[in-house]
Design a binder for this molecule. Sequence first.
Ligand code: FAD
Length: 386
Amino acid sequence: MYNLKVTIIGAGIGGLTTGIALKNIGYDVEIYERTRELRPAGAGISLWSNGIKVLNRLGLGEKVAAIGGEMNRMEYRSHTDEQLSAIDLRPLVDRVGERPYPVARTDLQQMLRDAFGKDKLHLGCKCVGVEQDETSATAIFEDGDRVKSDLIISADGIHSTIREYVTGEVTPRFADYVNWNGLVAASDDLCEADNWVIYVGEGKRASMMPVGDNRFYFFFGCPMKQGTVVEPEDRQKELKDIFAGWPQAVRNLIDRLNPLETNRLEIADLDPLDTLVKGRVALLGDAGHATTPTLGQGGCQAIEDAEILSRYLVSTNISVSDALKRYEQARKDRVSQLVLKARQRTDTIYGKDENVTAAWYKQLEQESESNVIDALAKVILGGPLQ
Ligand code: FAD
């Protein structure tokens, strides 16, 4: 394709990664972000090997390894502190050819932002609409500015402004639970340094995994009605009540976390969309396929989107809209399947049907290590880089 001018709306994981991929090809890319300061919504994220492989190809391998935690094992424990399963993740790494890296989100965003560069990242620019004609697409901003380019990538998250233009109105679906997350200094009385531990019971969970700089990323989840609000200063007390009587390590974590830096999120996802593209405008990342985080694949799928989109934009000379249609075809099934799989897993974890959740606790005790590795490998190897 000729030297394209590309407008990306949103500087999250999806927008920044796509910006880097398209800039590497030599295209003229500008990213517009509505916030004045980039602040990720959440403390940590587990980047599985499918996402890491794309970052490696973009030249970020060493940098992501430097900010990532060394996660060699994964352990399920019950809320009464019995070990349900312990999986060595190293055979998975051998099988798929890359490690997973849990990272702090601020480190990830900083890394991506540095790689993209500051000069073409415009903060404080809220996109309010898009238009297109046969030869161009125009992004319209709150202050009345209009930016014309060859294509627009809508990487503006689950509450995307542009999505309605592409697909018609779509409302995010509340997943019936609340997630709390944050970072805490690593310590043996919380979790072993290279372990990802997940405590489950009563349709709830509490978890810790290592990220760079000797810290753990932690999260909690509990079923809840929509619309509950708890101010930051009350979050420690809230967690103490919800996880009263849980194992000592979980209670230590709650004692040690900083409630003012603990995020509290109502989790939502999107029903799979039939359309990700309209002419010269493409949805990418959560804007097109927001998922519950129970497979740890939402961000990785945004990264995969970036890889596939850039491949089509460089490998076809027919037209921009043709390249985008091919991107849509290549991505639709993969992301839809993962959204639905994560949704089902969420319902199981969070006790939508008590019997199913109880059966899952039993299954954790009986499931072989090789089955777990197979399931993880299947998701990872379904990505664009083998
Ligand atoms: P976002 O990160 O939402 O970025 C969108 C950006 O667009 C934001 O910066 C926003 O300010 C900007 N924006 C919005 N509207 C406008 C506008 N009108 N104009 C300009 N800018 C705009 N994924 C994983 O891979 N692994 C995990 O372990 C994992 N854990 C998760 C845990 C939790 C609790 C949650 C909620 C999600 C998790 N995810 C995980 C999913 C992952 O966070 C998302 O899939 C990912 O952040 C999506 O990136 P994005 O760039 O598409 O959207």
